[in-house]
Design a binder for this molecule. Structure first.
Ligand code: HSE
Length: 433
């Protein structure tokens, strides 16, 4: 059986893991599948970095991606440079040249899905992308294969390792957001520029990919209601904990008949919830389908080796077709043609419980003013706690509410924040039971 030739573009964190994996476990893969993977060319701008990989010969290095795209013997291109440009051009060129593509690039897929899969279909080649969502967790394979028999009602979970690591550090060690972020960066979990992760944008891109596979609907990540974790404080984590909750950044897709509710935001979840035990850079995705019931997929959501494992398993999947059916296979069209129409739940009409932390000067009548505004907006208090008074200083007044309509909550909070004895912007965090 011939080797399957691979061209790798991008030898950063995940690319390095791919090089390691093929070197260390190439024989294991061969023993299990009969497939011999050969890393024919590895492209990175930094060829000095390439020289640090002992398993690579100099003849395998290049700093010019065209050497991969123009190489007729390369069957599969792995794109791991991330971002939309120039990755998009490289992927389209590879597909146009009849090469299969494996990518971890959620920004590109959530932006240019149709163009990529149309091109793949036209050229009868595969695009595999397991590593684009949930690192080592096989959520893409489950949605494409294991759960393809089900109407899904609910997919939600922790899809970002960086933010989950930061929230875990704040929870377990009492670090501030900035301190926890620095630790995440020093461990190589958070990127140098972590803005996309922190803001929830990375989770929204991953949710957009899940939506295509799980619900047959294409939504731009920027149309998904998204809030990040930048305003979460150790104080809120502590108050939530006192009431038996933990705070997690969730990506949520809920379907009711033909209506979809989509949101990405930090949420209080009960301490007994399966997702509350998902810590550090781990991810977990909860899926509810009409025949499967509830399923939870859990594992490493980020990091070099876990993500590389998904990349190389995608390569093996394609390689099986390359060696058994010839160079090309027409199966990609399935991802292109399935489309369903949904209406989208307006975010002002989300009807969910909330955690509120007011900063108030403890004076007679303050609570009455706040509760009057809440009541006028049909918001009912479920629980309340106020810190011991410090003369003349602001104290936290913390509440959990019953279900409330988001639009009403916004109106109430904007009114409350104008009261003279309210000293700071009120913290509002949604609760997911
Ligand atoms: N930066 C992502 C995370 C990993 O922290 O989960 C890649 O999607």
């Amino acid at each position: 059986m011939r080797s399957v030739n691979i061209g790798l573009i991008g030898a950063g964190t995940i690319g390095g893991g791919v090089i390691d994996l093929i070197d260390r476990n190439g024989k294991l893969i061969f023993d299990r599948t009969g497939i011999k993977l050969f890393l024919k060319k590895v492209c990175d701008k930094d060829t000095k970095r390439l020289a640090t990989f002992k398993s690579l010969k100099k003849s395998q290095f290049t700093s010019d991606h065209r050497e991969i795209l123009n190489d007729k013997d390369i069957d599969i291109v792995i794109e791991l440079i991330g971002g939309i440009n120039p990755a998009k051009e490289m992927v389209l060129k590879a597909l146009g040249a009849g090469k299969h593509v494996v990518t971890a690039n959620k920004a590109l897929l959530s932006d240019s899905w149709d163009e990529i899969f149309d091109t793949a279909l036209k050229n009868k080649v595969f695009v595999n992308f397991e590593a684009s969502v949930g690192g080592a967790i096989p959520i893409i394979r489950c949605l494409k294969e294991s759960f393809v028999t089900n109407n899904l009602e609910l997919v939600y979970g922790i899809l970002n390792g960086t933010t989950n690591f930061i929230l875990t550090m704040m929870d377990e060690c009492g670090y501030s957001f900035d301190e926890a972020l620095k630790i995440a960066q020093s461990k190589g979990i958070a990127e140098k520029n972590p803005a996309l992760d922190i803001s929830g944008g990375d989770s929204a891109q991953k949710l957009a990919i899940i939506l295509i596979l799980g619900f047959g609907v294409k939504v731009s990540p920027k149309d998904i209601f998204t809030e990040g974790i930048e305003n979460i404080t150790p104080l809120d984590i502590q108050y939530a904990k006192n009431w038996g909750y933990v705070i997690k950044l969730l990506a949520i897709a809920k379907r009711k008949a033909k209506e979809l509710q989509l949101r990405v935001h930090p949420a209080l979840i009960p301490g007994h919830h399966l997702l509350s035990g998902v810590k550090g850079e781990d991810n977990a995705v909860f899926v509810r389908g009409d025949f499967i019931g509830d399923s939870l997929l859990y594992g490493k959501g980020a990091g070099s080796w876990p993500t590389a494992s998904s990349v190389v398993s995608d390569v093996v999947d394609i390689a099986k077709h390359v060696v058994s059916h010839g160079e090309r296979s027409p199966a990609t069209h399935i991802l292109r043609t399935r489309r369903e129409s949904f209406t989208f739940h307006e975010h002002d009409s989300f009807d969910i419980p909330y955690y509120l932390r007011f900063s108030v000067i403890d004076k007679p009548g303050v609570l009455a003013k706040i509760s009057t505004i809440l009541a006028r907006n049909n918001i009912s208090i479920e629980r309340m706690y106020q810190e011991v008074r410090k003369e003349g200083q602001s104290v936290p007044l913390v509440m959990l509410t019953h279900n409330a309509v988001e639009g009403n909550m916004k109106k109430a909070i904007s009114e409350i924040d104008k009261i003279d004895v309210v000293t700071d912007k009120t913290v509002v965090i949604r609760i997911e039971e």
